[in-house]
Structure formats: C-alpha cells, structure tokens
Design a protein around this ligand. Structure first.
Ligand code: CMP
Length: 138
C-alpha cells in the first residue's frame, strides 16, 4: 500500500474540525498507521517546508504552521497520494471542488486546513519526518 502524509493544520485544529476530518479520512478508505498532536518548533517547520524557502510566502507559511498545534497523520491506501489530494481539494479553497476537505474547512490559500504529500517519494520522506519506525502500527 502507498503512504502519504496528512497534516491537520493549526486553523483546522483551532476550529475544532479535526474530528470531522479524521472521520472523512476513515470514511474514504484510508488506514491511519500513525498519528499525533504536536506543537511544531520554528526549526521543524522551516525544515519541513525547506522546498518552498525561496517562495515569497515561506515566512508566512512557517509562522502559520507554528501558530498552534498540528496533527500529522500517516495514511496508507492503494493510490494514497492521489486519492488523498483528491479528497483534500485544490490549495486555494476558492478553487476546490464541492465536498472536499479544503472547500468545507479551509480559510484561505495559506490557512488551508490540511497538507497532502505531492508524490509517492515525498509520502515516504514526509511520514518519516514526523514518525519514527516504531511509531507506525502494522
Ligand atoms: P500545502 O500544499 O500543504 O504546502 C505548501 C503550502 O504553502 C500550501 O499548502 C499553502 O498552505 C501554502 N501556500 C501555497 N501558495 C501560497 C500562497 N500563494 N500564499 C500563501 N501560502 C501559500
């Protein structure tokens, strides 16, 4: 089965919609193999989003991601990367399809409720960023 990383971002945790998002994950056939509630440090957020460090929104993104607790969740499913990106919808909630997580819960392009890995390779790298091997259930 393929792995992908979900992060329930600070905006969604502050709105108390984390339970609804987890229910959507389960209702759509994903297996949760690891999950935790954490406060990211600035150093961790900068490292996780290093790929975006030259983008104009990098500072805003890092500050947002450390503005409150987040819930990283390792997901597994056949075709998990594409299926999760379909369920979360476009980066900008204004462009997201009806019924997607971002359409339902995101505030804006920057405060967009959830993260999804963009490739199978990054699904593995990103789940391993947040979880040690012994933290995954079989
Ligand atoms: P995500 O795809 O999870 O990871 C990269 C994030 O950068 C993206 O979600 C948005 O939250 C953020 N992002 C992308 N484009 C912009 C933008 N133009 N302005 C602010 N934040 C952005």
């Amino acid at each position: 089965m393929q792995k992908t990383l979900c992060i329930i971002k600070p905006d969604a945790v502050k709105k108390n919609v984390q339970g609804s998002i987890i229910q959507m994950i389960l209702d759509n056939g994903f297996k949760i193999s690891a999950m935790k509630l954490i406060q990211l440090s600035e150093e961790q957020a900068k490292k996780f989003y290093e790929v975006h460090k030259e983008r104009p929104f990098y500072g805003e993104l890092v500050n947002f991601m450390i503005s409150g607790p987040v819930i990283p969740i390792a997901l597994e499913k056949d075709n998990a990367v594409a299926d999760w990106r379909k369920l979360i919808g476009a980066t900008d909630p204004a462009e997201a399809d009806a019924g997607t997580i971002r359409k339902l819960f995101a505030n804006s392009k920057s405060e967009n409720a959830v993260h999804g890995s963009d490739s199978e390779e990054n699904g593995i790298i990103e789940t391993n960023f947040f979880f040690k091997p012994e933290e995954f259930v079989k």
